[in-house]
Structures are given as C-alpha cells and as structure tokens.
Design a protein around this ligand. Structure first.
Ligand code: DOR
Ligand code: ZN
Length: 338
C-alpha cells in the first residue's frame, strides 16, 4: 500500500546550533517545506542581523534539500525595542517568538509583564508580522500554566485585532476551546507528541525524560480535544512539531530539559494517527491552514510531494545518541526517501 501526500509545513522546529544542528537539521529539511525556525538557541536570535546569520548557517547545510524553506524568527524579550522589530522586518524576518520568563529551555529573563510589550506588539501589527506565543504563565501550577495564560492571550488578541497570533503547542482542552472562540487573528499549532502522549507517558510508570516537554502533556481528555481539533480541518489549527532535541547529558537529573525529538518520525506518526481515511484533513492540518494564516504559497508543498509506504518499522533507540519519541515503538507508515 502506497500513498502520496503534499509536503507538510512545520510551523515550529528547534534545529539548534553547532554539532547538534548538523545532526538534527537534515531530518527536518528532508521532509518539510516551510519550517518556522525557533530562536531560543544558546546564542539567542535577538535581531534581524542574528536571524540572517542563522539563516546563512542553515542554508549552508541544506543544499541537498531544495524543497526546504526556513522561515526565520527573532526572540521577543523585555529588551526587544520597536527599532529591533523594524530592523527585523527590513531583514525579511516576519516572525517574533515570545517566551514568558523561565517557562522552558533558554527562556530565563523572558517576559513577565506583558503590557510593557504593547509598543512591540503594535509595531509587529503595523509591520504585518506574526507573533508566536509560548502560552504558559510563569509561576502557575505546571498542569494549569497554559490555562492560566488564556486571559493574557485574550487581552493581546483584543487589543491588537490585526496582529496575527499563533498560540504554540496547545495542550489543554480549555485552550483549544479558547482558540476556537477567539477571532480569526488567533490560531494554534499542535505538536505530534501532544497528539500521541499523555502525562502517563511521562510519569505514569518509570519517569521518562524523553517524553518530558513544555507544556507538559496532560490528560487523555485533553489529548482527545487536540486530536479532534487537528482532525476537524478547522483553519485555526496547524502542525508545529516543536521537535526539540537534547543531548543525553541534558536528559539526566539535575539537567533534565524539556523537549521531545520528533523530526525523524513525525510524518509516519501523523499518517498513522490520521489514517488513510483522513488524508484531506491531514492536508488541511499540515499545509493549507498554515499556508493561509502565514500567507505562504502552496506550490512548494504540491509540487514536491512525499511518498509513503505501509511497511511497519521500528523507531531507532537513538539518532547519534539523541533519543526520539517512542524509541523501539512501531510505526506503520514510512516515507520513501527519494
Ligand atoms: O519542550 C519544549 N522544549 N518546549 C519548549 O517550549 C521549548 C523546547 C526546547 O527548546 O527544548
Ligand atoms: Zn518549541
């Protein structure tokens, strides 16, 4: 059994720096078309100039993947100024990613007081840029951190009705409902791991550091809401894998960092999950919805499709020591490498 799908977009990926970048970037570049590249690297991407430098590094490693089109971001911090935003736009950087203080990897010193950021949001709105939000409230209880952020999301969306806002890696049923009821300028990404995992996969048996991520995977009822949203075809939800690799030493206490590495297996897992009967919904979720929201051409997706065959395969225990989601698990569909 064989199927062909339009090449997906990944609207949220961590490709890191240095040796880690060399290992993980090809897995993303091989399968995806438009990819939003996260800026929370150890050397953060804070300005248009930083993003251009990072873009050059990424381009130099992806010659052999002509259908890969990285979309660069800058990290929005309390130090981000209106001038930085205007300069970024001039450097062709159309996306700003905001991490609240301390909520995830490399987010220390992030935003706590959101109203202080209003001039930055205003400038982004005027420039037609997209604001990507890690939607968790610092200091709230870990399972409730996302829901506790929804008031702030509502405020920003109302105050800046023309600012396109992406609520990243939505993980709770309440947040899904909130996204559905907010106006058209608000959309959300959904990761593969939040579609697959629940909190039990992290702490239900032995503690699994490789399933530990932010926001934390929640109850089966939340996962069901995410699956329903992804399967619904609603243009408010699209794929952002948040593939977030960490080296082995950062998955051992006291340095267990959040992040699930999904890039090598994301497409197989998604096709397994959607099934052959929902390929139209899969295309909406992985291509049309993000293309519409970000105003991207779909030619790259349609003219460079992926072929998959139904041949069960076992997920490797690691890729150059980086442990992926579901090591040793079986996935039914696999991409036929060109
Ligand atoms: O689990 C996560 N890992 N969530 C994030 O928001 C960031 C990411 C990372 O960079 O490791
Ligand atoms: Zn992320």
């Amino acid at each position: 059994m064989e199927i062909t799908i339009w090449r997906p977009n990944d609207m949220h990926a961590h490709v890191r720096e240095g040796r880690m970048l060399e290992i993980v970037l090809p897995f993303t570049a091989r399968h995806f078309a438009h990819v939003v590249i996260m800026p929370n690297t150890t050397q953060p991407v804070l300005t248009g100039a930083d993003a251009q430098k990072y873009r050059t590094v990424i381009a130099s490693k992806t010659d052999q993947f002509p259908s890969f089109a990285p979309l660069m971001t800058i990290k929005i911090t309390p130090k981000t100024t209106v001038k930085i935003i205007k300069d970024a736009k001039r450097s062709n950087v159309m996306i700003g990613k905001l991490y609240p203080d301390g909520v995830t990897t490399n987010s220390a010193g992030g935003v706590r007081d959101f109203t202080v950021m209003d001039p930055v949001f205003q400038t982004m709105q005027d420039a037609g840029m997209v604001l990507c939000l890690h939607g968790e409230k610092p200091g709230a209880f870990s399972m409730d951190r996302e829901d506790a952020f929804l008031v702030e999301l509502g405020r920003i969306a109302k105050q800046f009705p023309k600012l396109r806002i992406v609520f990243e890696h939505v993980s709770s049923s309440r947040a899904v409902t909130a996204i559905q009821s907010l106006p058209e300028n608000v959309a959300a990404t959904i990761t593969v791991h939040h579609l697959v995992l629940s909190l039990d996969d992290v702490i239900g048996g032995n503690l699994n550091p490789h399933a530990f991520c932010k926001p934390i995977p929640k109850r089966p009822v939340d996962r069901k809401a995410l699956r329903d949203a992804a399967f619904s075809g609603s243009s408010k939800f699209f794929l952002g894998t948040d593939s977030a690799p960490h080296p082995p030493q950062h998955k051992v206490w006291p340095e267990i960092r959040p992040g699930v590495f999904t890039a090598p297996v994301a497409i197989g897992l998604l096709v397994d999950l959607f099934g052959e009967d929902r390929l139209d919904q899969l295309r909406a979720f992985t291509v049309h919805n993000s293309a519409k929201f970000y105003e991207l051409p779909v030619l790259l997706n349609s003219t460079n499709p992926l072929k998959l065959i139904r041949t069960p395969w076992v997920v490797p225990k690691d890729y150059s020591d980086i442990v992926p989601i579901m090591p040793g698990g079986t996935i039914n569909w696999q991409v036929v490498e060109a």
